[in-house]
Design a protein around this ligand. Structure first.
Ligand code: TYD
Length: 207
């Protein structure tokens, strides 16, 4: 089973992935948690280029291809082999980030993104996507109070950009309500974790 976590900046995805990983492992499942961009040595090198604030000259088309290159490497090297062995893969972001950030955020053509994404993922696709929703101002404030005070290139984008990304996520979730679990990211950590566990447990029982 392949489960992805999505959300705007500071939505608490990382904490929830850690919680779910621990819980699934206690149930005896083989779990692999990864993140995008990154998750492989090549992907981590691409990540550094993508998030480097010096790279102000990066065009939207170059950006989407770099995110997709990191994804292609992650799918082939990590995700696909683990799924084929029957394990559960949890990913902090996946292709829906591209539709939200490069599509709704940057305004790139959706059909182009679909083709690029299908090529990069080799049609490996999440069974479930957990979306932690949060007003943009709250998420960015959480990030600026966090341990890493420096904002990366994506976080430095305008508030209007981040609002488009969030609205994009909500539109994506509405288009595929079966795959997406939409949760209010302002709720307490334990409460969110319980809702995620419940949904994942019922999906595992059905599979
Ligand atoms: P990261 O520091 O990992 O942020 P987060 O903790 O919010 O996941 O940085 C990843 C940034 O890259 C984040 O701003 C979202 C953005 N992104 C895209 O724009 N497109 C993509 O396809 C992916 C995977 C991420």
């Amino acid at each position: 089973m392949f489960i992805t976590f999505e959300g705007p900046e500071g939505s608490g995805k990382t904490t929830q992935i850690q919680r779910l990983t621990t819980w699934l492992q206690k149930q005896g499942y083989a779990v692999l948690a990864t993140r995008e961009p990154g998750g492989t040595p090549i992907g981590d090198a691409v990540r550094a280029i993508l998030l480097d604030k010096k790279n102000t000259a990066m065009t939207s088309r170059a950006e989407v291809l770099l995110f997709s290159a990191a994804r292609a490497q992650l799918v082939e090297e990590v995700i696909k082999p683990f799924l084929e062995k029957g394990g559960i893969v949890l990913s902090d972001r996946f292709a829906d980030s591209t539709f939200a950030y490069q599509g709704y955020g940057r305004g790139l053509n959706r059909d182009d993104l679909r083709r690029i994404t299908a090529f990069a993922t080799h049609s490996v696709w999440p069974n479930m996507t957990i979306y932690l929703d949060l007003p943009v101002e709250i998420g960015l404030r959480r990030k600026s109070n966090g341990a890493t005070k420096e904002w990366n290139r994506m976080e430095e984008e305008t508030l209007a950009y981040h609002r488009r990304v969030r609205d994009g996520y909500l539109a994506l979730a509405a288009q595929e309500p079966k795959r997406w679990l939409l949760l209010d990211g302002t709720q307490g950590i334990d409460h969110i974790a319980a809702q995620i566990r419940q949904r994942v447990a019922s999906a595992l029982a059905e599979s």
